[in-house]
Design a protein around this ligand. Structure first.
Ligand code: ADP
Ligand code: MG
Length: 301
């Protein structure tokens, strides 16, 4: 379990990156951490894994404080950074063995563990390639293998899907779902809400260093109401008043849009015909999750 408690952080005495950020990731739960670029996601994650100290507040990993009991807390954390940086001239397996040394794992054990984990993340055929020859997706997989060295039960993935091909995206999706099944906690940051949709159970929204909302995917989807698009040949201003009772209506040319309709589309169609309008086209546009995102954070695109 990852418990982020009242974390604040200011850079260079003036950039308030985080302002009393609190939320939890329970065991067996995948939480999407969504916000615009610069909202504070990476800062939160770096604090939670213990590479950056907070100004105030704390993060508890399985109950252990990352600030005052870092040795113990960090045993239970796996981290895939936004841009993984490794020794470019090192070969993958050799570098894995070197990093495993930090966890007190001897060379021969580390080699067999490395082969197993690198195989597991789909790098089985690139064990002896230099890391500078790895693509971004491969680097993320490598970082994942490294994060699994001591088999932690809490994972923090920072923009892990960003820049990946569909195969890489599918891989991280499947892996995350497997981790959840094993009771792990996964925090998953992204600046694209639709990216976390198929994976996360819950989404925590951060905006300008503050948590603005926590919602389940189901709640978010129910906010993504459809928009009716109706083409009417004899359109006039009266139609806005008429439909205004059933949702938010606006006219563009000879098309009227009805956002967040409160009644069924067929009811609207019947009403218009009864009122003497000649309806030429009638369709429903699904509103996008990203529109919900901007609504939640209260900013225009
Ligand atoms: N090391 C740093 N020094 C100064 N400012 C920083 C540093 N790291 C992050 N920031 C600032 O903190 C804010 C949050 O950044 P970040 O956590 O990286 O956001 P996100 O990951 O959501 O894009 C931004 O305004 C960013 O410019
Ligand atoms: Mg970031």
């Amino acid at each position: 379990m990852i418990d982020i408690v009242n974390v604040s952080k200011t850079f260079k005495k003036r950039i308030k990156a985080l302002d009393k950020v609190s939320f939890k990731v329970n065991n067996g739960e995948i939480v999407g951490y969504v916000g615009l670029n610069g909202a504070g996601k990476t800062t939160t994650i770096r604090i939670a894994v213990g590479v950056l100290p907070p100004d105030s507040g704390d993060v508890l990993i399985n109950g252990y404080s990352i600030t005052s009991d870092k040795r113990r807390a960090s045993k239970y954390v796996g981290w895939v950074p936004e841009i993984p940086i490794f020794e470019p001239d090192a070969k993958a397996l050799d570098y894995f063995v070197y990093l495993a040394g930090y966890y007190g794992i001897g060379v021969s054990e580390a080699r067999s563990l490395g082969k197993r984990l690198l195989e597991e993340v789909g790098l089985g055929n690139a064990l002896y390639r230099k890391l500078k020859e790895y693509s971004l997706g491969m680097k993320k997989r490598f970082a994942l293998a490294v994060s699994m060295i001591n088999n932690p039960d809490n994972y923090l993935f920072d923009e892990v899907l960003n820049g990946l091909d569909p195969q890489g995206i599918a891989f991280f999706r499947d892996l995350t779902l497997k981790l959840r099944k094993n009771g792990c906690s996964v925090l998953f940051s992204s600046h694209i809400l639709s990216e976390v949709e198929g994976i996360a159970d819950k989404v925590v929204f951060i905006h300008r260093g503050k948590i603005v909302k926590e919602m389940t995917i189901k709640e978010i989807k129910s906010m993504a109401k459809p928009i009716l698009r109706i083409k009417v040949s004899n359109i006039d201003d009266r139609i806005v008043d008429l439909l205004g009772d059933y949702g938010r209506a606006r006219i563009e040319g000879n098309i009227i849009y009805l956002e967040e309709p409160r009644v069924k589309a067929s009811t609207i169609a019947r009403l218009l015909v009864e009122e003497g309008y000649s309806v030429e086209e009638f369709s429903t546009i699904e509103s996008r999750l990203e529109d919900v995102f901007f609504k939640i954070i209260g900013e225009k695109k």
